[in-house]
Design a protein around this ligand. Sequence first.
Ligand SMILES: Cc1ncc(C[n+]2csc(CCOP(=O)(O)OP(=O)(O)O)c2C)c(N)n1
Ligand SMILES: [Mg+2]
Length: 283
Amino acid sequence: MSQQTYKTHETAWCPGCGNFGIIGALKNSLEQLNLDPHKVLILGGIGQAAKMPQYFDTNAFCGLHGRAVPPAVAAKMVNPGLTVIINSGDGDTYGEGGNHFIHNIRRNVNIAHFVHNNQLYALTKGQASPTTMKGMVTPVQVDGSSAIPFNPLLMALGAGAGFVARGFSGNPEHLTMLMKRAIAYPGYALVDILQNCVTFNKLNTFAWYKERAKEIDGSHDVTDLGAAMALATQFGDTIPIGVLYEQPLEDYHSKHAALNQGQVLAGRDNDPDKLAEIMKAFV
Ligand SMILES: Cc1ncc(C[n+]2csc(CCOP(=O)(O)OP(=O)(O)O)c2C)c(N)n1
Ligand SMILES: [Mg+2]
């Protein structure tokens, strides 16, 4: 597929933003997987990360804040031929959208979810998000954030996700590999991506992540849930990046009595006479 297929548009991100590494990795992943743009749907909620759908010439949907997952699930349910990809921020996904995140993991719809984790609310100027480190001073948390940081990888593993990974925007080749694996995984796949915010996060800078983000070595067994959980708890001098867990699971469509027979809405013929008959009941 030509490089032009996934031409991206000018962005509203700051120079030096980690989102550039992520958009590049996503573009490369889609090209390398040879996916037709009209068969790809990119969704976001609200935030800097969630602007991603606007920058690609694919099908696109921008939802409300925290609400990228429900329309993604709906789109995949009615049209399983689509490759459905969510790009959303840590605030969007783990804060406002926390309930959707947890319970859609349990449904296991075939979606790839790329969370741009800059550890704060960037669009609204730097307030603490669920992943902000304890003690970090922000314009709102002036004495330092006092809440215990949310661990998205541990949460996803606990909720039963079959594919859980972590990437770093400053390692785009490795991130491309993770994205391709997540897109190819037949079920819900989470990639939490460490992403620097040059404007508001002066603690977790590019250099801070670069020093800590270490690729998981080849001896890790990705089917070992306990080992994956142990890696998920590491967020200090070393932050492991790579696939923590990958295990085949029955996805939503294969468990559903009608969907597993191929009875999907997108494939049905429109019968206007039948519709007219139904509408008579409402007049
Ligand atoms: C219901 C609702 N609540 C709050 C907001 C304000 N708001 C917009 S974006 C945002 C946070 C974005 O943070 P994150 O998801 O981490 O994305 P980032 O900008 O950091 O990429 C908030 C609180 C909103 N738009 N709608
Ligand atoms: Mg954020």
